[in-house]
Design a protein around this ligand. Structure first.
Ligand SMILES: O=C(O)CCC(=O)C(=O)O
Length: 235
C-alpha cells in the first residue's frame, strides 16, 4: 500500500514510521526456521556475543531466497516507493542481517545512526519476526534527530550524545510489523528483560543514484530501473 501524504509528512518530520502492512504468517515461519537453522549450524558470517553465542546472521540475502523475497516484496516496496521514488536498490553492505537480541544484561544497546551523510542517507526497514515490546527491548528512537547536523555514526562513543537517551522513545511493534527509519535518526535497542529472544531482520534501501553509471555488485535493484542522468560531455 502506498503511503498517504500524512504518513509521508510524519516520516519526514519524525524520522520513522510504522508501516501498516504486516508480514504473512507463513513468511514469518519460514524466516524464523531458516534463521534458527543457520544459527544452530553456525553458518558464517555471524556475530557472536561475549559468550561466543551466535546472535546475528550477516549477509542474509545470500543465504536463502526467502530473505530477498521478503525484503523485495510489494508489502515493503509499495510504501517505500512513496518516499524513495520508483527506482529502488537494496543495499547489501549495510544491515542485511537477522538478529536474535536475547536478554541483554542491564544495558541499552548503544545509540547510533545507520549512516553518516545527510547527502546520501539510507532508509532502513526493521522486520519484526517476534513481537517487540518495552519489556523485551523495543527499538528506541530520538524523534526528529535525523535533522541534526552530520555527526559520527557511533554515538555511543561520544559523551555528549548519552544525554540523548533521555529523549528516546520506545516503538513497540507486533510480530510481522515493519518499521521504516531514516538512516540518520539516532536510535538504539532497549534492554531485553525477558528470557526470550526478540528476533528481527534489518535491511537498507537507497533510491537509484542517477549520477552513477557504474554497476555496484553491493546493490540489488529491487524495483524500477537504473536510469543514468549524468550530463558528461553533453551540457
Ligand atoms: O532491532 C532493532 O530494534 C534496531 C535494529 C538496528 O539498529 C540495526 O539492525 O542496525
Amino acid at each position: 500500500m502506498r503511503l498517504t501524504s500524512e504518513q509521508i509528512h510524519l516520516f519526514r518530520h519524525n524520522g520513522f514510521l510504522k508501516l501498516s502492512g504486516q508480514l504473512p504468517e507463513h513468511t514469518i515461519r519460514k524466516l524464523k526456521e531458516t534463521i534458527a537453522q543457520d544459527i544452530s549450524n553456525e553458518v558464517e558470517p555471524v556475530v557472536r556475543d561475549q559468550n561466543g553465542r551466535v546472535v546475528r546472521l550477516s549477509n542474509v540475502v545470500d543465504r536463502d531466497p526467502i530473505f530477498l523475497d521478503t525484503a523485495a516484496s510489494a508489502l515493503v516496496l509499495d510504501p517505500l516507493e512513496s518516499i524513495l521514488g520508483p527506482d529502488i536498490e537494496l543495499i547489501k553492505n549495510r544491515h542485511n542481517h537477522a538478529t536474535l537480541r536475547p536478554a541483554s544484561g542491564n544495558r541499552v544497546e548503544g545509540l547510533h545512526r545507520d549512516i553518516k551523510q545527510w547527502s546520501r542517507t539510507i532508509y532502513t526497514v526493521i522486520f519484526y519476526l517476534e513481537e517487540s515490546t518495552v519489556k523485551n527491548g523495543a527499538t528506541l528512537v530520538v524523534p526528529g534527530s535525523h535533522h541534526f547536523p552530520g555527526i559520527g555514526a557511533r554515538l555511543y562513543e561520544e559523551k555528549w550524545a548519552r544525554t540523548l537517551l533521555e529523549q528516546s522513545v520506545p516503538v513497540p511493534m507486533p510480530q510481522g510489523g515493519m518499521l521504516v527509519t531514516d538512516g540518520m535518526i539516532i536510535h538504539g535497542v532497549g534492554q531485553n528483560l525477558t528470557d526470550q529472544t526478540r528476533t528481527s531482520m534489518t535491511m537498507g534501501y537507497h533510491s537509484v543514484d542517477e549520477l552513477s553509471d557504474i554497476n555496484n555488485p553491493k546493490r540489488i535493484l529491487v524495483r524500477g530501473e537504473r536510469p543514468y542522468g549524468g550530463n558528461d560531455g553533453s551540457h
